[in-house]
Design a protein around this ligand. Structure first.
Ligand code: ACO
Length: 510
């Protein structure tokens, strides 16, 4: 009985963007959700129907929703076993108006005399063109009723496309609502259209939230010379608005609808939010809530375009000789302030407002990119030799790479300190090594993507390939070889630098 009456929810559900046309509504795009587990449960299955179809239609401009549920047969209830009440399952995810009759929805959208004058909610913050088509980004506070209405209409997209995403509470107090800003991406068409069709089509959106950041002011005691936090005088509620307080801006939800992905809209939206954060003197840094892998990629690519030129302009690099050569020493602790230009980095971070972990990742990637490929694990460097010679190796690139690996491991250790200190020495060492290796592989892949997009000019020797393509081929080959070697249980460990973690529960000494 089970399978026969059970449907895959991700296939049964479809989403359509529709617009008015000469005689009837026209479907611009039709696609399926990526996830339905928040609505239909972990298994993403719906019990009790044959040939089930749940279509959500949205007016392409104002996102007025309509839900049509159809099926050939419904399971007749037997004792406690009954077909899922689909409307009940959906009621917390879509406004009740979405269940209006299909014909009423069609007539409303088809005959909407205000559609021609529709503009997206909020104010226009950016216009851009791609392949001859025009796009606009609008933004507004969640306090704005049009912004709220649009969010309420399409909140179900969060459950459909953002893993572990939760819908916004649009009924919060005004004070809280005003801390949310919503950004909408729309295409603005210039093609001739019937009088009831809007030139605007929804492409995607993002939300940001302002967190107040406490910045203590220190006073130095004239007697002892000690610094202490000065008295805190909070401004009265009437004097302040959320937008005026020192804040950290967090990107909370970010979505480009599937038919429009991989066309640069995510980058345009991210850069709009980033430009806003840069221009607003009350915002100290831009953070992201629980980013997906795809979002990390988008963020890495765009942050690299900001940070790489700044690192290059200030000659950021690893100081490969942090010790006085006349002194004989064993490495006890990583001499970070001697290895890296800490003040320069602090100033770049504060100027670019990139959050600490993301900044550290970008810096590590940049420092890795300065080391010639043949001196990195992915390029086949002799790690066994390097780990015997350590920082005493005579080759400056090998030295850089030795220090680079320790800088990375130190960050991994600090980030996971509490968990790692609960492990035995060897296991802790192994965990750090594994995490460092995975991180390094990820950096290599990203550097490859950066190199590919940068090196687009053809080679000068008559070869039709570009410098980027040659580099990509070369590195892909090396990466695959290394992955295969890692899978071989008989291959020697590449990570014998056991001093990274100690077994006595203390902070590792380097
Ligand atoms: C905070 C959160 O909400 S996290 C959740 C984020 N949202 C989701 O995961 C929902 C589903 N996914 C999406 O909405 C979209 O895919 C996003 C937002 C992640 C990305 O938006 P898109 O419009 O597809 O990104 P866009 O086309 O701008 O690509 C960004 C860059 O990444 C590059 N890129 C993306 N994927 C790859 C890849 N696999 N390999 C190489 N380059 C890639 C693109 O080429 C582009 O580079 P460019 O700017 O140099 O041309």
């Amino acid at each position: 009985m089970g399978d026969e009456w059970s449907s895959d929810a991700n296939e049964a559900v479809s989403i359509e963007l529709v617009e008015a046309d000469a005689n009837a509504l026209r479907t611009l795009h039709r696609f399926h959700p990526k996830f339905t587990y928040p609505i239909f449960g972990e298994e993403e299955r719906i019990f009790g129907y044959k040939a089930l179809d749940i279509t959500f239609r949205f007016a392409a401009h104002d996102l007025r929703p309509n839900c049509i549920i159809s099926y050939d047969r419904k399971f007749p209830a037997i004792a406690d076993t009954a077909a899922l009440d689909i409307r009940d399952a959906l009621k917390d995810f879509i406004p009740a108006a979405a269940f209006a009759k299909a014909i009423d929805f069609e007539e409303t959208v088809q005959n909407d005399s205000s559609a021609q004058d529709f503009t997206p909610p909020g104010k226009l913050v950016k216009s851009y063109s791609r392949k001859g088509r025009n796009f606009e980004i609008w933004s507004g506070s969640l306090l704005d009723s049009r912004v709220r209405e649009t969010i309420n209409r399409m909140q179900i997209f969060i459950s459909f496309f953002i893993e572990a995403g939760t819908p916004l509470n649009t009924t919060d107090a005004d004070w809280t609502l005003d801390r949310w800003t919503v950004y909408f991406v729309y295409e603005k068409s210039s093609r001739p259209s019937p009088p009831t069709r809007s030139p605007y089509t929804f492409i995607g959106y993002a939300t940001t939230y302002r967190f107040y950041t406490f910045r203590p002011r220190y006073q130095t005691s004239p007697e002892s010379g000690d610094a202490h936090v000065s008295d805190i005088v909070l401004p009265s509620k009437e004097e302040i608005t959320a937008a005026a307080l020192p804040s950290r801006l967090r990107i909370s939800q970010f979505l480009i609808l599937p038919p429009h992905q991989s066309s640069g809209h995510g980058s345009a939206l991210y850069n709009s939010i980033y430009s806003y954060a840069l221009a607003d003197s009350t915002i100290r840094e831009l953070t992201v809530e629980d980013p997906s892998e795809e979002f990390d990629m988008l963020r890495d690519i765009n942050d690299w375009k900001v940070l790489e030129p700044k690192f290059a302009a200030t000659d950021v690099k690893i100081n490969t000789s942090p010790f006085d050569p006349s002194q004989k020493r064993r490495l006890r602790r990583l001499p970070t302030p001697k290895l890296l230009p800490i003040e320069t980095l602090r100033s770049i971070r504060s100027e670019t407002k990139i959050a600490p972990r993301q900044f550290a990742r970008q810096l590590e990637m940049y420092l890795l990119s300065l080391i010639p490929f043949s001196h990195r694990a992915a390029g086949g460097t002799n790690l066994t030799k390097l780990l015997i010679q350590k920082f005493k190796t005579s080759d400056p690139h090998d030295k850089s790479y030795y220090w680079w690996r320790l800088i990375l491991k130190q960050r991994i250790f600090k980030k996971n300190r509490d968990v790692l200190l609960q492990l035995e020495g060897n296991e802790r060492q192994q965990k750090i090594d594994e995490a460092a290796r995975a991180q390094e592989d990820e950096y290599e892949k990203l550097l490859l993507i950066f190199a590919t997009s940068k090196a687009k000019e053809p080679l000068k020797n008559g070869n039709s390939e570009t410098a980027g393509e040659v580099l990509v081929k070369e590195r892909k080959r090396k990466l695959v070889v290394d992955e295969d070697e890692d899978d071989d249980p008989n291959s020697p460990s590449l990570e014998p630098d056991a001093k990274v973690a100690r077994s006595d529960g203390k902070i590792p000494q380097f």
